[in-house]
Design a binder for this molecule. Structure first.
Ligand SMILES: NC(=O)c1ccc[n+]([C@@H]2O[C@H](COP(=O)([O-])OP(=O)(O)OC[C@H]3O[C@@H](n4cnc5c(N)ncnc54)[C@H](O)[C@@H]3O)[C@@H](O)[C@H]2O)c1
Length: 314
């Protein structure tokens, strides 16, 4: 069975990918520096889930450390899922240097180590944030990329490094542009998680802007499935593709749906828009449908119910 390194494997998406691949019998190495951007206890719990799922190990290492990446990604490694990042648009507006360092320099290090180790493919976690300014919707992969946050810039730069490492050095890479991912174990700084916590306590929730901004929310299982389909798949070399639900909902409608599920009477408080936030996101997943037969399977209401159940009972 192939040996697979999952950077950021202690985080939300990385731990789900690692768990799924470990259950299939692959040898998994989680690489994560347990960055305290959010609770390290959550990350430790995620690691424990992966370690209990099969042949998996954890190495505490930083992707910004090239020598460490070279030591870990050696000739025994077949695939690298690169999920490690300083995620989050708002924190990137406050401090653009950290996302640049982790997301750009870190990706460069992972690519360099993977090239030297002759890995079969690096799968890079990119983001709908690379699109930024909306010229038309839905976003297909040909839509101009004009990020509106430092985070978006860093993810776009990382994508370009992946492309260039394929075109210049021949390292197979694939970048997946995730559209706001949600589900069990999701990052506590994301809207669905914040709203759910407040709604279950009937506390007021704050919305930035008028709540009419729209988002494409993608359930974690669909993201994991897309990632799984990249193993042993030469047709995805040097491909950048959207992974989203193909549907969008306004924040106001999302709040109403969550209120129904949680039977909450939370008051909604509107405040000024946040710098760096996208006005809208909506994916066109035709490319992923054609290349990896990707079809988002979990509708939003079902996914929200699953998330709330996990939130209450886990
Ligand atoms: N969650 C989303 O909605 C979403 C949307 C688009 C793209 N993405 C991308 O998907 C990937 C995973 O996101 P997530 O939501 O699971 O975030 P996350 O914060 O839960 O996971 C990222 C992990 O990377 C680790 N990390 C941070 N800095 C590191 C470093 N210097 N060295 C090693 N590890 C480091 C963190 O400790 C964390 O465990 C990221 O690349 C993110 O940019 C996420």
């Amino acid at each position: 069975m192939p040996k697979i390194v999952v950077t950021g494997g202690a985080g939300f998406i990385g731990s789900h990918i690692a768990e799924s691949l470990a259950k299939d019998g692959h040898e998994i190495v989680i690489v994560d520096n347990l960055d305290p951007y959010y609770s390290v206890d959550i990350k430790q719990k995620n690691i424990d889930i992966v370690l209990a799922s099969g042949d998996a190990s954890f190495i505490n290492a930083d992707v910004t450390d090239l020598n460490a990446m070279k030591e870990i990604i050696d000739s025994t490694v077949d695939y690298v899922y690169h999920e490690a990042a300083q995620a989050g648009v708002r924190i990137s507006v406050e401090d653009p240097f950290k996302p640049n360092n982790v997301n750009v320099v870190g990706t460069l290090n992972v690519l360099k180590a993977s090239l030297e180790a002759d890995v079969k493919k690096v799968i890079n976690a990119s983001s709908s944030s690379v699109y930024g300014k909306v010229k038309y919707l839905p976003f297909d992969e040909k839509h101009p990329t004009e990020p509106v946050s430092p985070y978006g810039v860093s993810k776009l730069a990382a994508e370009h490094y992946c492309r260039v490492f394929y075109e210049v050095y021949g390292l197979p890479t694939t970048s997946l542009r995730y559209f706001t991912v949600y589900g069990p174990r999701m990052r506590p700084d994301l809207a669905i998680s914040i709203f759910t916590k407040k709604m279950l306590a009937n506390e007021p929730i704050t919305v930035f802007g008028d709540g009419e901004q729209t988002r494409d929310f993608t359930y974690i299982d669909d993201v994991v499935e897309a990632n799984r389909r990249l193993l042993n798949n030469k047709s995805t070399d040097n491909i950048i593709m959207n992974i989203g639900s193909g549907k969008r909902i306004s924040i106001n409608d999302l709040i109403n749906a969550l209120k129904q599920i949680t039977s909450s009477c939370s008051e909604v408080i509107f405040t000024s828009e946040q710098k760096g936030d996208a006005e809208a996101t909506l994916s066109d997943v035709t490319l992923a449908a054609g290349i990896i037969d990707f079809t988002p399977a979990i509708p939003l209401k079902e996914g929200l119910q699953k998330f709330v159940n996990w939130f209450i009972f886990d």
